[in-house]
Design a protein around this ligand. Structure first.
Ligand code: NAD
Length: 243
């Protein structure tokens, strides 16, 4: 089991879903966790858990990120988990969807990395984990144009950072999940108007016969934080959707 005792891990979008499960998994692995999210109410549910500190953070806000980096004095592990899913093909997506998806799914990670990477380089050690998706450069998925375009950019960014900083003790990996049961997935299923059919269809995408859990993705994040011989890779965890 990965032992992260003595390490500090900052997680974005930690109030629910994969981010929240990761906050708990990192603490279980011995890390001190700074759990951040834009949703103060939901985030406060993590308050009082030993090993977790919460901070409200909007990853679209560069000044807020800089202030948090100054306050924390640096972290060993950065898990960029925040992201948004827009539906629609290239012709169907709404005006502004692609710009917003780039801002939240890609540029927010860049902002976080620019704020926290210098401290990691100074210490000669750091692990950055970026949340991508199988819907990206890995697999063409219908109705996910803006999402897949930006999640593919996450993989490119991850490889570029890995290549630039591998000799400085920094590792940078991406996680590419398939379908994972989270509050936003539940909203997407409800938004179809036929929850049961949508759920059946989403389950059928995975040859393994089910949707993944946030805890399963969190386990991979913990593993990557401590896996000292892997960098620059998109680690697929998808119940064989993309195989
Ligand atoms: P979710 O979508 O249910 O929750 C997202 C969280 O992000 C919320 O707590 C929300 O408050 C927070 N957030 C939104 N905007 C923010 C901002 N500007 N600053 C900070 N936080 C903000 O969680 P999820 O479904 O577990 O998704 C987490 C990540 O995993 C996303 O990047 C998503 O694209 C990715 N992912 C999810 C799935 C899936 O099926 N659920 C599959 C592949 C990848």
């Amino acid at each position: 089991m990965t032992d992260l005792t003595g390490k500090t891990c900052l997680i974005t979008a930690a109030a629910q879903g994969i981010g929240a499960a990761s906050a708990l998994a990192f603490v279980k692995a011995g890390a001190k966790v700074i759990a951040t999210d834009i949703n103060a109410d939901k985030l406060s549910e993590l308050d009082g858990i030993a090993g977790i500190e919460t901070r409200v953070l909007d990853v679209l806000n560069e000044n807020a990120i800089a202030a948090l980096a100054a306050e924390t004095g640096g972290v060993d592990i950065l898990f960029n988990c925040a992201g948004v899913v827009h539906g629609g093909s290239v012709l169907e997506m709404k005006e502004g969807d692609l710009d917003f998806a780039f801002d939240l799914n890609v540029k927010a990670m860049v902002r976080m990395i620019r704020a926290f990477l210098p401290g990691m380089i100074e210490r000669g050690d750091g692990s950055i984990i970026n949340m991508s998706s199988v819907a990206s450069s890995i697999k063409g998925v219908p109705n996910r144009f803006a999402y897949s375009t930006t999640k593919a950019a996450v993989i490119g960014m991850t490889k570029a950072i890995a290549a630039d900083y591998v000799t400085k003790g920094i590792r940078c990996n991406a996680i590419a999940p398939g379908t994972v049961d989270s509050p936003s997935l539940q909203e997407r299923l409800k938004a179809t108007g036929d929850y049961e059919k949508a759920r059946t269809d989403f389950i059928a995408r995975q040859p393994i016969g089910r949707i993944g859990t946030p805890e399963e993705i969190a386990e991979l994040a913990v593993y990557l934080a401590g896996a000292t011989y892997t960098t620059g890779q998109a680690h697929i965890i998808d119940g064989a959707w993309a195989c």
